[in-house]
Design a protein around this ligand. Structure first.
Ligand code: GLA
Length: 391
């Protein structure tokens, strides 16, 4: 849906009244092209910001009150709270995300002495794994920074978002999603070393192909606990490897080194997790080299290998996304296809030749519904800019 910012402002005035100046902001969702589950293993990622995301309108208040409203959760109405009551709770639902950012601001010494009236609207499909929560976090941070005049860099806003998600919302995520939302650049993917936070923008020039996201429309439960399990398994593997080789993270190892030292990891599950982290990191580095050399075939092949590794070694795929990837691989003109994001449902990302996009959508969509009884959704996406003010 095309979002009309003046309509959001009208809604704001209808809810909160007053004609005083309000400001509008946007923070995008992301799709990761390759480099999955490497961002908490000291590896590289290669995400890009989308043109869908979360919009926010803010007006500061004179007191410490907070009023929060989301057009996506209009059933909850206006949620009233206060800067003195920044505690997570199940009942607070979606408002735990903006509140977590305020809580993190306080923790980092950015003192908020006035509250705000806030309105949000997001056009990222719910449960799709395209980072609606990260976009809401980065958006809230940006709105607070601008409204209350703090000197905080965009990278720090990403780190604040991650901290809040880890410590306020209990999801032990890495930095990728918030970084992509804060730092995205139109028509570029971000080649980010999550160990050092050094990054480089790589233009995604695909004159003959499109990036197509396929939403499986399934989200298996216990996603965040399964995610946190993967983190723990990767950490155990790292500890075991550190007894035989001097490394700080799994991202420090080449494939050859991993093969040389892997027997130090006795638990076969943890060994598989580490294998994925090491190989996926190297695949990401090679994929970026291939893209820079305009070798889209190799780029696509590495994308396929990433899926196989997530399916067999990291086990964050699921039947439905495996099916989507396998169906895609069989369509002529598909250069690569893999599950993207945290996993256990959500979306695949595919690189599809321009003249095959229609056939891809028809063939994959039909076969997917026949096998699962679920309707997949397809988005041919553009790469957009990171979070910014709208006026
Ligand atoms: C989720 C997390 C990210 C990253 C991906 C997997 O999206 O929020 O930090 O770990 O999963 O690559």
């Amino acid at each position: 849906m095309a979002v009309n910012v003046s309509e959001l402002k009208e809604k704001f005035a209808e809810l909160y009244g007053g004609s005083k100046e309000v400001k509008a902001y946007f923070a995008p969702g992301r799709v990761n092209l390759i480099g999955e589950h490497t961002d908490y293993n000291g590896g590289h990622v290669f995400p890009c910001a989308l043109t869908i995301g979360t919009y926010g309108i803010i007006r500061p208040r004179e007191d410490r009150k907070l009023r929060l409203y989301s057009m996506n959760f209009h059933n909850m109405g206006i949620v009233e709270s206060s800067l003195s009551d920044l505690v997570p709770s199940d009942a607070a639902g979606w408002t735990n995300y903006p509140k977590g950012i305020m809580w993190t601001f306080e923790k980092r010494g950015y003192h908020l002495d006035r509250g705000a009236d806030l309105l949000f609207y997001g056009d990222i499909p719910a449960g799709s794994g395209l980072s609606s929560s990260a976009s809401l976090e980065v958006l809230t941070g940006l709105m607070l920074r601008d409204t209350f005049g703090f000197d905080i860099s965009m990278v720090d806003l990403a780190l604040i978002g991650q901290y809040s998600e880890n410590h306020f919302n209990g999801m032990n995520c890495g930095i990728m999603d918030q970084f992509a939302s804060a730092m995205g650049r139109k028509d570029c993917a971000i080649f980010l070393d999550t160990n050092t936070l050094q990054y480089e923008y790589a233009p995604v020039k695909l004159p003959d192909a499109k990036i197509v996201i396929t939403n499986s429309n399934v989200k298996h439960s216990l996603v965040s606990s399964a995610y946190n399990d993967r983190r723990n398994e990767s950490e155990s593997a790292l500890k075991a490897l550190q007894t035989v080789v001097d490394i700080q993270t799994l991202g420090d190892l080449t494939e050859q080194q991993f093969e040389q030292y892997k027997d130090a990891v006795q638990d076969p599950v943890c060994r598989k997790r580490a294998k994925h982290a090491v190989y996926e990191n190297q695949r990401t580095i090679h994929a970026v080299e291939a893209l820079k050399a305009n070798d889209i075939e190799t780029f696509g092949k590495l994308i396929n290998e990433s899926h196989v590794s997530l399916r067999d070694d990291y086990e964050t795929s699921c039947e439905e996304t495996d099916l989507l990837a396998e169906l895609a691989w069989n369509v002529p003109g598909v250069l690569g296809s893999r599950i993207t994001g945290g996993g256990f449902g959500g979306c695949t990302v595919s690189i599809v030749k321009n003249d095959s996009v229609d056939r891809f959508i028809q063939t994959v969509g039909k076969a997917y519904t026949e096998k699962t009884n679920i309707t997949a959704e397809f988005y041919v996406v553009d790469i957009g800019d990171g979070a910014h003010a709208l006026d």
